[in-house]
Design a binder for this molecule. Structure first.
Ligand code: NAD
Ligand code: TYD
Length: 359
């Protein structure tokens, strides 16, 4: 298999490429990534020299139509696994435009060039387009119920609205032009290589550095957490065995309130750092102004992928969270390399006003 992975230098893309190299030795992967603040080519430094013929990195924008056309002309691609996106809700609130450019226009350009290429290969099943999306397109749940593949779209943030729009275009390319597309809508991922602007890595590093732990609102919002490697396994299954035109929801079945996660992280890290009593990290928790339009709860019903493709998560939350904490504590070189000047600017922008209004 010769596959184009977009956004392969980001969190899930990196884990996907590293995992696929281990479990799919016959795959060759071309990684197209613009290397925004969230992408880091150093994630592959230890792999690159060994098997260069199985991996090619191209720095570029998915919205660059002529570059996409050039890649199709150079590589006999059998599929695209499309991760590239602007992915952080808080950034989308403070600056939505980039989200429309990458998530909507970028996806459209990839679809359009894929269609042109697919028409030339003469085998309808010789190519497939897997679009990686999020459960956030379904909006917010109350205390009960689950998102299924039939839940109507109801996005709340500019991020989820842009992902919803891209999903609609992917489906339109299947229904209108028969392009073999598949969509996955996944719950919150955690694990190694996640950029420390998202809840879990941000809290790990703030605990380590004894900085305030900013919980939005009352900290009781609920997310359904999935270990990133379980997500990658699900994506390989869907890519290989999923049915074109279908959507598959992928979830961890591990619902937690944000405050429960932060408590768990404080306790796990206090054990490692020898903190207790008045020094306990729970004392760093700080309730700050809520995120506007903050979705209360996400929870996925994964019955379809479990029954049709035989996928289910292999990792339990508490164990995999512990492994994630250890990964960050043992990879401070990686952490420091991604926390550039741009990162510090973001932290100031997002948290300064929230902290001023802290309860
Ligand atoms: P990320 O922000 O860590 O990585 C995104 C990557 O895309 C980066 O390497 C970045 O450089 C690249 N990129 C951004 N704009 C680009 C462009 N215009 N052209 C080429 N590359 C570009 O994101 P992630 O958490 O790895 O998420 C990957 C995908 O999975 C996204 O589509 C996201 O919506 C989806 N998803 C994420 C989660 C999650 O919990 N992280 C859950 C469900 C779905
Ligand atoms: P996040 O990791 O940004 O993922 P998403 O918004 O896509 O679910 O946030 C996860 C949850 O944690 C969400 O309810 C917002 C909350 N949160 C905080 O309370 N404090 C923070 O500093 C961050 C980044 C998130």
């Amino acid at each position: 298999m010769n596959i184009l992975v977009t956004g392969g230098a980001g969190f899930i893309g990196t884990n996907f490429i590293r995992h696929a190299r281990a479990v799919k030795p016959d795959w060759r992967i071309v990684n197209l990534d613009a290397l925004t603040y969230a992408g880091n080519p150093a994630n592959f430094e230890d792999l690159a020299p060994k098997q260069a013929e199985r991996y090619r990195f191209i720095r570029g924008d998915i919205g660059n139509a002529s570059l996409i056309e050039q890649i199709f002309s150079e590589e006999s691609l059998e599929g695209i696994i499309h991760f590239a996106a602007e992915s952080h809700v808080d950034r989308s609130i403070l600056g939505p435009e980039k989200f429309l450019e990458t998530n909507i226009m970028g996806t459209f350009r990839l679809l359009d060039k894929s269609l042109k290429f697919w028409k030339t290969i003469g085998r309808p099943d010789g190519f497939r387009f897997l679009h990686i999306s999020t459960d956030e397109v379904y909006g917010s749940l109350g205390p009960n119920g689950y998102f299924t593949e039939n839940t109507p779209y109801d996005p709340s943030s500019p991020y989820s609205a842009s992902k919803a729009a891209s999903d609609h275009f992917v489906n339109a390319y299947f229904r209108t032009y028969d392009l073999p597309t598949i969509i996955t809508n996944c719950s919150n991922n955690y694990g190694p290589y996640q950029f420390p602007e998202k809840l879990i890595p941000l809290m790990i590093l703030n605990i380590l550095e004894e900085k305030p732990l900013p919980l939005y609102g009352d900290g009781k919002n609920v997310r359904d957490w999935l270990y990133v490697i379980d997500h990658c396994d699900g994506l390989i299954k869907v890519f290989e065995e999923g049915k074109p035109g279908e959507t598959y929801n992928i979830g961890g079945g591990e619902e937690r309130q944000n405050i429960e996660i932060v408590h768990l992280l404080c306790d796990l890290m206090d054990k490692r750092l020898g903190r207790s009593g008045r020094k306990s990290s729970r004392g760093l928790i700080h309730f700050v102004t809520d995120r506007p339009g903050h979705d209360f709860r996400y929870a996925i019903d994964s019955t379809k992928i479990q029954q049709e493709l035989g996928w289910s998560p292999n990792h339990r939350f508490e164990e995999a969270l512990e492994a994630t904490v250890d990964w960050y504590m043992n990879h401070m070189g990686w952490v420091n390399s991604v926390r550039s000047g741009e990162y510090r600017k973001w932290i100031e922008l997002n948290y300064e006003s929230r902290n001023k209004l802290a309860k």
